[in-house]
Design a protein around this ligand. Structure first.
Ligand SMILES: *Cc1c(COP(=O)(O)O)cnc(C)c1O
Length: 382
């Protein structure tokens, strides 16, 4: 099987798994207990927090462990809305966010909040001027993703963070696709809150982080014991927290070299497909995008049919975000970029990762043009 869908999830790294195993097998204790072996669990837990903090260039007290990217986004958005509801009822986000941001925002609309969904340009970059104009005295939160999961576009997070800071508005960024793909330095980029997820960076599923900058106050969503500095109750998931910290460390250390390797492979795939398949459109910004992602639209075919044929050849790819595939709607991200629905139906996303090689790219370059040719010969649209 050839896996080219790393933006939807990744295989756990062996080094990560081996650091987790002792905390399933031997030291299963509750880090809040008094005996020495539990104190050891507490220590490794706090070491993990420090490791993550060092990688992101923030303080360990600003790192809160959650059950994943979805929970982190919910906590940032609903936690801010609830805490600041007397100061204002307006939230700003973009049209291309992950559903883990869009749906909490929609839910808050039902609770009386007003949400502005800022448009993007044809390359998938948020219109910063439109964002600036959308700000009102009622605005309490801006949430804009750092890197888009479907097209890999990198947003002007530094600029938006400065705008928000100037106005006293909390700024949250979904950085699930940014970690391990671009440098994330929270000393330089003054976001107030940031979400990340373990399983997108070769760590375990069901674990994530919300960074909350000191001085940023949000309400808790899960009430119980005083875990995670009383922001997120529940006995800490020690093995997964250790796994996540190891995954963040590896991703940060290997980032430069891995990016160089992946961008060569991605560019080879991109130019190879452009040479071999007529009428394809590359989606997203040519420079402001991460090195592992290639999103394209193939005219006159359906992305879903192409995926089924790729699967028969043991190639795993995606038609966009995993959350929207299976439904028949074209991607909201591509539509927001102004791509016609007929064309957006033909979308494909290849997201490369650590184990991919040049042979993998050659295989796709051999197989995909033949699939497209076959499907097009049967297509009524052409
Ligand atoms: C995968 C993903 C999420 C959700 O993270 P989970 O850990 O799966 O809940 C959120 N945002 C983006 C951009 C993602 O790619």
């Amino acid at each position: 099987m050839m896996y080219l869908d790393h933006n939807s999830t990744t295989k756990i790294d062996k080094r990560v798994l081996s650091r987790m195993m002792p905390y399933f097998r031997e030291n299963f204790t509750n880090p809040s207990s008094i005996y020495r072996i539990a104190q050891e669990a507490r220590e490794v837990l706090e070491d993990a927090r420090e490791t993550v903090a060092n990688c992101l260039k923030c303080g360990p007290k600003e790192i809160y462990f959650t059950s994943g990217g979805t929970e982190s986004n919910n906590l940032a958005i609903k936690g801010t809305a609830w805490r600041r509801r007397r100061e204002g009822n307006h939230i700003i986000t973009s049209r291309i966010e992950h559903h883990a941001v869009l749906n909490p925002c929609r839910w808050l609309e039902g609770m009386g909040f007003r949400v502005s969904y800022i448009p993007v340009d044809s390359t998938g970059i948020v219109h910063v001027d439109a964002l600036r104009k959308a700000i009102t005295p009622q605005t309490i939160l801006i949430s804009i993703m750092w890197v888009n999961n479907e097209i890999g576009t990198i947003q002007p997070i530094k600029e938006i963070a400065e705008i928000a800071r100037e106005k006293g508005i909390y700024f949250h960024t979904d950085a699930v696709q940014a970690i391990g793909k671009i440098p994330v330095n929270l000393k330089e980029i003054r976001v107030d809150m940031l979400s990340l997820s373990g399983h997108k960076i070769y760590g375990p599923k069901g674990i994530g982080v919300l960074f909350v900058r000191e001085g940023t106050h949000i309400e808790s969503l899960i009430h119980g014991g005083s875990h995670e500095m009383s922001l997120r109750a529940g006995t800490e998931n020690v093995p997964e927290i250790i796994g996540l910290s190891e995954a963040v460390k590896i991703a940060t250390t290997e980032l430069g070299e891995e990016n160089r390797r992946l961008s060569i492979l991605r560019d080879k795939l991109e130019t190879g497909l452009q040479e071999r398949i007529p009428d394809i459109i590359i989606n997203g910004h040519r420079e402001k995008r991460v090195s592992n992602t290639l999103s394209l639209c193939i005219r006159y075919v359906e992305g879903e049919s192409v995926l089924l044929h790729l699967d028969l050849n043991e190639i795993c790819a995606s038609s966009g975000s995993a959350c929207t595939s299976g439904s028949t709607k074209p991607s909201h991200v591509l539509l927001a970029m102004g791509i016609e629905p007929e064309i957006a139906y033909g979308s494909l996303r290849f997201s490369l990762g650590r184990k991919n090689t040049e042979e993998d790219i050659d295989k796709v370059l051999d197989i995909l043009p033949r699939i497209v040719e076959k499907l097009r010969s049967m297509s009524p649209y052409k």
